[in-house]
Ligand binder design. Structure first.
Ligand code: NDP
Length: 323
């Protein structure tokens, strides 16, 4: 179907993002001979590429390492003719079809008849100036990437969901003591993950506690945390030398503000699973899948599911428009 003869030709489909949703869309679109181009984005491979064991992806009774799962998907997409490019979308005017994707200064724009938005979500930060100043100097949002640097140290993990539990458990391989700090009284994590963390002797819990400041900015290394108990109002200091954030994610949909309908947290609102809208009206040839449009399930398997749906809708759209 696709006739990409020169770099300036209009493509049938471009997929934004190379996580589970984007790569599944790429597999389906490639098998439909649409020669999809995948723009890998700021975080190639998405969240699976920085996770450890994935135990709930069907078909892997013993679990599978996230990076291995994503690499397999990539190879599967390439095998059927998908093209992957290390680039990300800077801007696009969704009011003008075919869409012209601006990839930044000095880079040729790409024209496409359909666009699959699978740009996912990125780690959320507390937003404290001291936290931001110490990123890379003892503050991290990726336990798998930076856990090793916590070897032999007392550390803290912020969050009360499954991500925080997973990070805390993983970090016990390196750290001597892990303090898990949750701003709420109740933990949002699933029972099984919470129980595993509670049972671990190296993990200590602090709930109803917020971090007011990360100490150590002058020394360019984390020295501790200034904490406040949200019930008693009491302030204290916790000496730790590494801080990991496990407080969820924010959707990567900034470039669609004003062009697509988003929910108050910035997730793309979709109808019939993968159809975005603008002022309630359909946007021709644009589909969204994965975490960018899913604040409820956020699972690898649901991302794959909507990635598949988006690619099938791409095929349908192109057929209906005479391709
Ligand atoms: P969640 O949204 O479930 O939890 C986020 C946590 O961060 C909450 O405890 C929340 O507190 C806290 N938080 C949010 N913002 C702040 C802030 N500014 N300051 C302090 N604390 C904050 O996100 P997760 O990433 O943990 O999980 C997302 C999804 O992924 C879930 O469905 C989860 O089940 C799944 N998952 C599954 C895993 C597995 O099965 N192995 C592993 C990891 C994730 P509060 O409750 O007060 O809002």
């Amino acid at each position: 179907m696709s006739e990409i003869t020169s770099p300036n030709a209009t493509r049938d489909t471009v997929i934004l993002g190379s996580g589970c949703a984007g790569l599944t869309a790429a597999i389906y679109a490639a098998r439909a001979n649409l020669k999809p181009l995948v723009l890998e984005g700021h975080e190639p491979g998405g969240q699976l590429s920085i996770t450890t064991l994935v135990e709930n992806f069907p078909g892997w009774p013993e679990g599978v390492q996230g990076p291995e799962l994503i690499e397999n998907m990539k190879q599967q997409a390439i095998r059927f003719g998908a093209e992957l490019k290390m680039a990300h979308l800077v801007s696009v005017d969704l009011g003008k079809h075919p869409y012209e994707l601006n990839l930044g200064p000095g880079k040729d724009p790409i024209r496409t008849r359909t666009l699959v938005i699978a740009s996912g979500a990125s780690a959320r930060w507390l937003g404290l100036p001291s936290e931001q100043a110490l990123i890379g100097h003892g503050v991290s949002s990726c336990a798998t990437c930076d856990g090793f640097f916590a070897s032999g140290k007392q550390i803290a993990v912020i969050g009360g969901g499954d991500s925080a539990m997973e990070e805390a458990l993983f970090l016990t391989r390196f750290a001597t003591k892990v303090t898990l700090i949750n701003r709420s009284e109740r933990f949002r994590a699933s029972r099984i993950m919470l129980d595993r963390a509670i049972a671990h002797p190296a993990i200590q819990f602090l709930s109803s506690t917020v971090v007011e400041e990360v100490l150590g900015v002058e020394d360019k290394e984390v020295r501790g945390l200034k904490l406040r108990d949200t019930i008693s109002g009491e302030r204290s200091e916790l000496p730790v030398s590494f801080l990991f954030l496990g407080i969820g994610h924010v959707p990567n949909a900034k470039m669609f503000h004003g062009q697509l309908d988003l929910d108050p947290d910035g997730y793309i609102l979709t109808h019939g699973n993968v159809f975005p809208s603008h002022n309630g009206q359909p946007v021709p040839g644009v589909f969204a899948c994965g975490d960018i449009q899913d604040r409820r399930y956020r699972q690898a398997v649901t991302a794959a599911g909507t990635g598949c749906m988006a690619a099938l809708e791409v095929e349908k759209f192109l057929e209906e428009h005479g391709r």
